[in-house]
Design a protein around this ligand. Structure first.
Ligand code: MN
Length: 736
């Protein structure tokens, strides 16, 4: 402070406060090297040169005061340097990269985190989202120092809110009450929370503020004296009992706390038990209970007001004994009794945990993390974990990502969610028609995974449709459901169309003019299949549930295509496909084209499963095919298929299933001959064989015709036995 008569130029003020800062760091952390703090101050001074706050002060005073708050919290020099630089990237030409070069990875990383949070315009959000925003803030930071700097930043801004416009004041104060004060509470930082709330209160609710001030002033008139008297008497009683305590404090309940209680419990301040409070700070836990006994002996306790938060800590780790007693004056006094350590934790929260610890930064970080882990561990054992710890858990083990729409709405998605999940969360139609996305202004592929803090913009195109592949990409159940629903509906449309065409085809075959068929006949046929509408009947044919021919027989009774018994019909359904000559039976239909899926090329004897495709007939997959997993989402398209029981007796060559094998072996002469010999001994036709060599190794690609899976297995075993062969693998996909 300036002595009287001395004029203080702004630069002198910052120089003085900087000396204060160094002094605090020296006192709190005598072993820390101040060099990085000095350099950060100098760099911040240069970068904010010429910038002024609304108050007209040099801008530098703000980062400097923030750094002093951090130093008061006894944070390390890395955090203090980052505090001095916290507005550099946002407000000056400095980049994170430059900070990294000059101050190292940690400082740059912390400033980057603070900048990221600062860019978010919390005020544009709905009030109901405050909780999400707080969670998101914790999810966005991987270093708790970022949050502490943000809180110090906000605290200084709140202390210097006066020069701002009315509108800005209200906006910042509201945001403080909704986001920052609860965040400080979560972190157990009671002092910061209290100051933030009381600073914001008059701006957010001037009328409520005035009324509380008036009522509390009345209470203060004789309350202050009574409170002072109590402090004195307690001091005497403790001395008499021979109990040495650290100190006895007293306080009036904070205005905003009183106000909240007024709103919550609809009572006036003079009806509250805890407007006047005494606090006894002891040297040991045992002393806490001893002090409680002495106080209850001296004054009558109010029933139901005795609380033991030492044995049962609050979720934010608060520990203390509470009681309320009736003083001689008739006033109610809340008495809080706790040890110095418990008191520090209550006032300073998480910051209290690493303040006295020294040593290399990485070790300190490890300690901090292990403490946080311990807390999470503890939470699991607690009956009522409470919200504080669940928030911490998100911080340490994020299972959700917190993202934004360009308008600032928070969108919460499961971990590893993609832009497609985001699109479906915004709106189903946005999901269906999304074709691309921008994350933080940059174009990305749709399947890109999102991170907390990403601002996501979805690009849509009218008429664009969801893809089945998306089912394998999305992580949110909402997106999955919507995609499945769309596919079901549209598959149905396809199925109806296929069904209609199959009936037409069948009708042509039997020379029945469909235009002569009456609607009533169709409806009657539908009823016979237990469906209400002609659409459903057609869809059933399209899905392969009913055969077009048997439906037609019911529609046109007396035609010469009477189906006879179901069994007889089934016998007629065996169908061969392609030139390969194998037989696959599709139960219940003979109308659909059956083909082996190219992704897995099942061969005779393998377990198979059929799916009605969009307009292409029935695809037969191997049960182990990875595509089958995706197809499982639509069980109604599944159709039973089996290899026909009898070996088909066809004229000419026996049925052959081409299979591709890749053989890994030593590169030695004669190995191809030996492998070929195994194959021809099994009477299999080799379509092609090709070897690549290098590094004394050879890879041999073989395409050969097999009869069935047993035949193939014999061949593979045979090749494996050839000397020099290391591995034989079947390549499922024949065509790339
Ligand atoms: Mn700032």
């Amino acid at each position: 402070m300036a002595s009287p008569g001395e004029t203080v130029a702004p630069n002198d003020q910052t120089a003085k406060r900087f000396r204060d800062l160094l002094q605090i760091v020296r006192e709190n952390r005598p072993n820390d090297d101040l060099e990085i703090v000095e350099r950060a101050f100098e760099y911040s001074r240069q970068n904010h040169e010429g910038q002024l706050r609304v108050s007209g002060e040099p801008y530098l005073i703000h980062p400097l005061e923030v750094a002093i708050l951090l130093a008061d919290m006894k944070l390390d020099t890395t955090a203090i340097a980052a505090g001095l630089l916290h507005d550099s990237v946002e407000d000056t030409a400095v980049t994170t990269e430059l900070l990294r070069q000059k101050f190292g990875e940690q400082v740059a990383h912390i400033v980057e985190g603070v900048t990221k949070i600062s860019k978010i315009d919390f005020a544009s959000r709905e009030e109901a989202q405050a909780e999400n925003v707080r969670k998101m803030m914790l999810a966005m930071v991987d270093d708790i120092r970022v949050v502490l700097i943000k809180l110090a930043d906000r605290l200084h801004n709140m202390r210097t809110l006066e020069p701002l416009s009315k509108e800005r004041q209200v906006k910042i104060a509201k945001e403080t009450l909704e986001i920052y004060a609860p965040l400080a509470h979560r972190l157990g930082m009671g002092k910061v929370r209290g100051e933030l709330e009381d600073l914001a209160f008059p701006y957010v609710d001037p009328v409520g503020y005035q009324s509380v001030v008036k009522q509390v002033d009345i209470l203060r008139q004789d309350g202050e004296t009574a409170l002072a008297h109590m402090v004195e008497v307690i001091g005497h009683k403790l001395k008499e009992a021979g109990i040495n305590v650290v100190r006895v404090d007293s306080r009036f309940k904070r205005l905003y706390s009183i106000y909240q209680k007024v709103l919550r419990q609809k009572i006036t301040p003079d009806q509250m038990y805890d407007v006047m409070a005494l606090r006894v700070i002891t040297y040991s836990v045992n002393d806490c209970y001893a002090v409680l006994g002495i106080i209850h002996n001296a004054w009558r306790p109010v029933p139901g007001r005795i609380k033991d938060f030492i044995a049962m800590p609050r979720p934010n780790l608060y520990q203390s004994l509470h009681t309320t007693v009736i003083g001689e004056s008739g006033h109610l006094f809340e008495v809080q009794i706790r040890t110095e350590e418990m008191h520090k934790l209550a006032e300073e929260g998480i910051a209290a945990h690493w303040k006295y610890k020294d040593g290399p930064i990485s070790a300190r970080d490890e300690q901090r993390l292990s403490w946080l882990r311990q807390v999470v561990e503890w939470q699991r054992e607690m009956a009522d974990p409470g919200e504080f710890l669940s928030t911490l858990k998100i911080d340490l083990y994020p299972e959700e990502v917190y993202t934004f729409t360009p308008k600032g709405k928070v969108v919460i998605l499961p971990r590893d969610a993609t832009t497609i999940d985001f699109a479906y969360t915004v709106h189903t139609e946005v999901g269906h028609t999304c074709v691309g996305a921008k994350i933080n202004g940059r174009m990305v592929p749709l399947r890109t995974k999102l991170h907390s803090g990403d601002i996501v913009e979805i690009m849509t195109q009218a008429g664009h449709n969801p893809s089945r592949d998306w089912l394998g990409v999305v992580k949110s159940s909402r997106a999955r459901q919507k995609i499945k629903h769309w596919l079901n509906i549209h598959q149905r449309e396809r199925a109806i169309e296929i069904g209609r065409k199959l009936i037409e085809k069948e009708a042509r075959k039997y020379r029945i003019a469909l235009k002569d068929v009456k609607d009533a006949d169709l409806l009657r046929a539908a009823a016979e299949y237990g469906v209400a509408r002609v659409d459903d009947l057609q869809a059933g044919i399209g899905y392969g549930k009913y055969s077009a021919r048997s439906v037609l027989a019911k529609v046109v009774p007396g035609s010469n295509l009477a189906p006879g018994g179901e069994e007889q019909q089934n016998a007629a359904l065996k169908r061969t496909f392609g030139a390969e000559g194998g037989a696959i039976t599709v139960r219940g239909t003979d109308d659909l084209l059956v083909y082996r899926a190219r992704c897995c090329n099942p061969i005779r004897g393998e377990e198979i499963v059929g799916y009605v495709t969009r307009g292409k007939g029935v695809a037969v997959h191997s049960k182990t095919c990875s595509n089958v997993q995706n197809l499982m989402y639509e069980p109604e398209r599944k159709i039973a298929v089996e290899w026909s029981s009898k070996e088909p007796k066809l004229v000419g060559a026996p049925p052959a299933y081409p299979v591709k094998l890749v053989v890994a072996s030593d590169d030695r002469p004669g190995i191809i001959t030996a492998v070929s010999a195994v194959i021809s001994n099994e009477e299999a036709n080799i379509r092609s064989i090709e070897a690549k060599t290098g590094n004394a190794r050879a890879t041999i690609d073989i395409v050969l015709d097999t009869r069935d899976v047993n035949h193939l297995n014999r061949i593979i075993t045979g090749i494996r036995r050839v000397g020099g062969v290391h591995n034989v693998e079947r390549v499922l996909k024949m065509v790339t």
